[in-house]
Design a protein around this ligand. Structure first.
Ligand code: BGP
Length: 489
């Protein structure tokens, strides 16, 4: 039989031995303990849950009788030993998590850090070390101290660059022997993508302001802060590796109309805007086109150009969940933060995200073609409702199918297209609070956490079927998938 689609290999194809497998979480979505050991309020601590993400309310202070999901989250604060032991049981080689700024600098503008807050992370690092799990640390994952939002106007204000740098300096010094891979801002391109009040960059828009002007000025401050932190980090430990983190859905033209392809090009420019500054250290023609499109005029100080040039990143972290079609005729499909058009070739998750493993291979190729920097997939996963059977099992074959197909696409990019991908961490390796809606019922984990959307439950941890599947995958460095790629029958 003639097999035209057979991939030829020499029999030695395998995933790089240094490849890092693991999982990812973020402080505000899993820690809880929102006022413990001197932690200050973060903007997420006044954000209510809502199944309609456009309608999430951000209060100006904590109100009685309102459920704020971040307050207890899954209580990783008290369960970290048990949770990390479960990660170790799966064979995690790395664990990506974030450090809550408001735990270290409760207001954000102090000169001295909160020692008790640091001690919590000391315990987490020690536990990871015990199991030889490499920490991948995000310095800012969708939150900042509430005082900086309310009294300093968040990232609109240039002063916040120094507050953030101080926070990072403390953390990088404290953990200089524990961490190699740092990510500065989670999904930094979401800053310009999200046209609604929410906690990214602490930006709550006022009615009379131009959102592009505000979000791109705030982004400038974040990009300068990121570059400054990278430069400082390299002094603290020259072995540190810094990454940016981009939210990258693939965009397809909705129709063969050249106008739709042009629309794709424009959509991508909002991702490359951030990638270019992080990787190339300057505002490229792509960035200038974005400014012109929206009549944006940035205030850029003289020293900024040098800071950006010096603080370029070593690798690109990315999140990939779904793809979107893009046409000039409006949008009708959801993603986590980005909207686009429905693609008739794809199915959707229970939350309406279009499932597209092949899109991950395209994403990796696009990013590598443009930047030629190592890539790290630091988020990928399926949010789904899970049922616990009477005997305490969770048969999440749908999650296994999703992850298996995406890992296969990643392996195609690595082994066939020769893209340099250094690691893969699934999002929400343990069930946690959803970033977009605040729900618990949208579960991503290999580990089930017994809590509902109101935060009620025993917090008991249960292993899902996917737990055993991922363990096996890590043990064999993805060998079954590699074999399938090169011997498809
Ligand atoms: C990304 C965020 C994560 C995470 C994930 C899943 O955008 O970086 O924090 O939450 O999306 O999204 P959600 O939690 O809304 O399902």
């Amino acid at each position: 039989m003639c097999r035209t689609n057979r991939i030829r290999g020499d029999g030695n194809e395998m995933m790089p031995k240094t490849f890092l497998w693991g999982g990812a979480t973020a402080a505000n979505q899993c820690e809880g303990g929102y006022r413990l050991d001197g932690k200050g309020l973060s903007i997420v601590d006044v954000e209510r849950a809502s199944t309609n993400k456009q309608k999430r309310i951000i209060d100006s202070s904590v109100l009685n009788d309102v459920h704020y999901p971040s307050h207890d989250a899954i209580d990783f604060f008290h369960n970290y030993e048990q949770d990390i032991a479960l990660f170790a049981e799966m064979g995690f080689q790395c664990y990506r998590f974030s450090i809550a700024w408001s735990r270290i600098f409760p207001r954000g503008d102090e000169l001295e850090p909160n020692e008790a807050g640091l001690q919590f992370y000391d315990r987490v690092f020690a536990e990871l070390k015990k199991y030889r799990i490499q920490p991948i640390v995000t310095l800012s994952h969708y939150e900042m101290p509430l005082v900086l939002v309310q009294m300093y106007d968040s990232w609109r204000n240039r002063q916040v660059i120094d507050f953030f740098t101080r926070f990072c300096e403390v953390v990088m010094n404290r953990y200089k022997d524990d961490v190699i891979y740092w990510l500065t801002f989670n999904e930094i391109n979401a800053t310009v993508e999200v046209p609604r009040p929410w906690h990214q960059a602490g930006l709550i828009y006022r009615d009379d302001e131009d959102q592009y002007q505000v979000s791109l000025q705030a982004s400038h401050h974040m990009l300068v802060a990121s570059a400054q932190v990278v430069t400082l980090g390299r002094v603290i430990n020259p072995d540190f590796k810094f990454g940016c983190m981009l939210l990258y859905p693939v965009f397809y033209p909705l129709t063969p109309s050249p106008k739709d392809t042009q629309a794709v090009h424009e959509r991508l420019s909002y991702i490359y805007y951030y990638g270019d500054v992080h990787v190339k250290g300057r505002y490229t023609h792509t960035c200038q086109a974005v400014w012109q499109r929206h009549g944006v005029k940035l205030q850029i100080e003289r020293e900024d150009e040098q800071i950006l040039r010096n603080g370029t990143v070593d690798f690109i972290g990315l999140s990939y969940y779904f793809s979107l079609a893009v046409g000039i005729d409006g949008s009708n499909s959801e993603g986590n933060l980005i909207v686009g058009n429905k693609n008739p070739y794809l199915e959707t998750t229970q939350w309406g995200w279009q499932v597209d493993p092949a899109g991950l291979r395209i994403t990796l190729n696009n990013l590598y073609d443009r930047y030629e920097k190592p890539l790290f997939i630091v988020e990928n996963g399926l949010g789904a409702v899970d049922e616990v059977t009477a005997d305490g099992k969770i048969h999440d074959s749908y999650r296994i199918a999703y992850l298996d197909a995406h890992i296969e696409a990643m392996q195609q990019a690595i082994l066939i297209d020769k893209v340099d991908v250094i690691g893969y961490t699934t999002w929400g390796c343990i069930d946690l609070v959803s970033a977009s809606t605040g729900e618990m019922s949208k579960r991503y984990g290999f580990i089930y956490v017994d809590l509902d959307d109101k935060g009620q439950g025993t917090k008991k941890r249960l292993k899902k079927d996917s737990f055993y599947w991922y363990k096996c995958l890590i043990e064999t460095n993805g060998a079954d998938i590699t074999k399938r790629l090169f011997n498809p029958e």
